[in-house]
Design a protein around this ligand. Structure first.
Ligand code: PXL
Length: 291
């Protein structure tokens, strides 16, 4: 049976991130997406300038109407918040549907390269920490993991696997059963790699390594969280879902080099969406269309 996933994130009109990435990816993975935008932006905040309309005051009526309609999401996936108050609204949303125990996944999208996104501050970090405490699975990148754990981000951290595992366990102690730290720069056999560290309550910590294709781009974290969440909901194991997501992000980065996509425009994932369709079906796409 098709699953309903509530997507709580900003809607950036340009630059391929947040809802404009989550919606197509989760749709191609065959889920029904329910959208609640936290803010509207002309473009993401990595650009030197952007226009933003904060939707904090609109979130209560939005979710109250959904409650009246019994939309009952099976999964709640949240991402970027433009202020700390939105964290409280998202917790309210989760509580509103607590009777059906939805799977709660948080992508604490708030930082890159050790720096918070423009416009965010330590109150936003505290709000994200609270959201992560109430989640089953969280997907921070290394910068976000450090902020959540309140430790300083250092370039030498990736060279110490034990410290990274300790960091993952510290985040697990906040509340989530599963923590995936993404985008960890590593060198293996003098090759540049990118690692994901998977910390799962019932398993030993596990690394998923990919070759470093190109410099990171805005929106790759959103691609990663959408694919991981979408696969998990299709009953694929966490480790396999993370592997599929890491492979897809690598393929997207490769494509952006081929297509010469301007870095601020993220990755041209649209060109590879078809590859995701077959992840969750044994039937060929044509066979489905011909019904
Ligand atoms: O891709 C993460 C993200 C989400 N939302 C907004 C952003 C960014 C990254 O820059 O600016 C508004």
């Amino acid at each position: 049976m098709q699953k309903k996933i509530a997507l709580i994130n900003d809607l950036s009109g340009f630059g391929r991130c947040s809802l404009s990435v989550w919606l197509p990816i989760l749709s191609v993975l065959k889920h029904e997406c329910l959208l609640m935008p936290t803010a509207l932006l002309s473009n993401h905040t990595a650009y030197p300038e952007y226009w933003l309309r904060d939707l904090t005051q609109d979130l209560d009526p939005w979710m109250d109407q959904w409650k009246k309609l019994h939309v009952n999401p099976d999964v709640i996936l949240s991402g970027y918040i433009s202020n700390a108050q939105q964290g409280e609204k998202i917790l309210r949303f989760q509580n509103l549907f607590a009777d059906i125990s939805p799977l709660i996944i948080v992508d604490p999208a708030m930082a890159d390269d050790g720096a918070l996104y423009p416009g965010l501050n330590e109150n936003t970090v505290a709000a994200m920490r609270k959201l992560c405490s109430n989640a089953k699975l969280i997907l921070p990148n290394l910068s976000e993991a450090c902020l959540l754990a309140d430790i300083s981000f250092s370039d030498s951290l990736p060279e110490d696997p034990d410290a990274l595992i300790a960091l993952g366990k510290q985040l697990q102690n906040l509340g989530p059963d599963q923590v995936v730290i993404t985008g960890i720069p590593l060198i293996r056999e003098s090759k540049k790699m990118v690692g994901c560290l998977v910390i799962d309550q019932n398993q030993a910590p596990l690394w998923i390594l990919s070759e470093k294709i190109a410099a990171p781009r805005p929106g790759t974290g959103d691609v990663f969280s959408a694919v991981t969440a979408g696969c998990i909901i299709n009953d694929i194991s966490l480790v396999e879902s993370v592997q599929i997501a890491a492979d897809f992000v690598c393929a997207c980065l490769k494509k952006s080099e081929e297509e010469k996509t301007p870095p601020f425009e993220g990755v041209p994932f649209e060109l590879l969406l078809g590859d995701l369709f077959t992840v969750t079906t044994e039937k060929e796409p044509d066979e489905n269309l011909s019904r």
